[in-house]
Design a protein around this ligand. Structure first.
Ligand code: DX5
Ligand code: ZN
Length: 223
């Protein structure tokens, strides 16, 4: 399957040298750069905010996929749009008014995504499926890189694939958390077409080669 996109998550890269990290994965064919924004409230970790997104936008040649793990993105989503995010993904658990947030992203001419924690029923995204470009299924509890894939995520991706098909939504299914050579193929077979991977790429000796290996694993049928 050649339409699988790979988005390396810079959460596991060297924050003192993000430019080199991004260049390495772009050379290896990264489709997007995934930027994890954490506020210390919605998730128990803190990362980066709009100034870093703005700086990354200056150097990246592929679109920035900005994953907001923050409470009330209603209040601050505009900061990330102003910083140049190409896709903004918000958590349905964190929005006060999810349609309003999604529409503000679309009105800015950017891609809009909604994400679900592993414990959140899929029905939470159904009301907004027609309006989004991406549904990001978390396959770990968000907050940290390098966690183990939650196996029940596979059935959730299958079910979301059916839900999207039955509603006629054009949303792409993305998966984030514990994606590596051992899990990539199964999530693609379940219906995911965008794989986010941090540890599997940036903790490798050669992140570019790890990306190529991950793409091969994701797209090679197991006989
Ligand atoms: C986790 C983040 C992920 C994280 C994935 O909360 O949203 O994007 O970087 O990391 P891995 O691929 O290491 O599980
Ligand atoms: Zn993420």
């Amino acid at each position: 399957m050649s339409n699988v996109l790979i988005a390396p998550s810079i959460l596991s890269a060297d924050f003192a040298d993000l430019g080199s990290a991004i260049r390495a994965v772009e050379r290896a064919g990264a489709d997007l750069i995934h930027v994890d924004v954490m506020d210390g409230h919605f998730v128990p970790n803190l990362t980066v905010g709009p100034p870093v997104v703005r700086a990354l936008k200056r150097i990246a040649h592929v679109p920035l996929d900005v994953h907001l793990m923050i409470d009330n993105p209603d209040d601050t989503v505009q900061w990330y749009l102003d910083a140049g995010a190409d896709i903004v993904v918000v958590h349905v658990e964190a929005c006060r008014h999810v349609h309003r947030v999604v529409r503000s992203i679309k009105e800015a001419g950017r891609g809009a995504g909604v994400s679900l924690n592993p414990g959140t029923p899929l029905s939470f995204v159904e009301p907004v499926l027609q309006e989004v470009d991406q549904v990001l299924v978390m396959s770990v509890d968000p907050g940290f890189g390098g966690q183990a894939f939650i196996p029940a995520s596979l059935e959730r991706i299958h079910e979301l694939t059916r839900m999207i098909a039955s509603t006629g939504s054009a949303a792409r299914i993305a998966v984030d958390g514990g994606i590596d050579g051992g899990t990539a193929r199964a999530v693609v077979e379940a219906g995911a077409t965008l794989l986010v991977a941090g540890n599997a790429i940036f903790s490798a000796q050669d992140p570019g080669a790890a990306l190529v290996d991950l793409r091969t694993a994701a797209t090679t049928a197991v006989c």
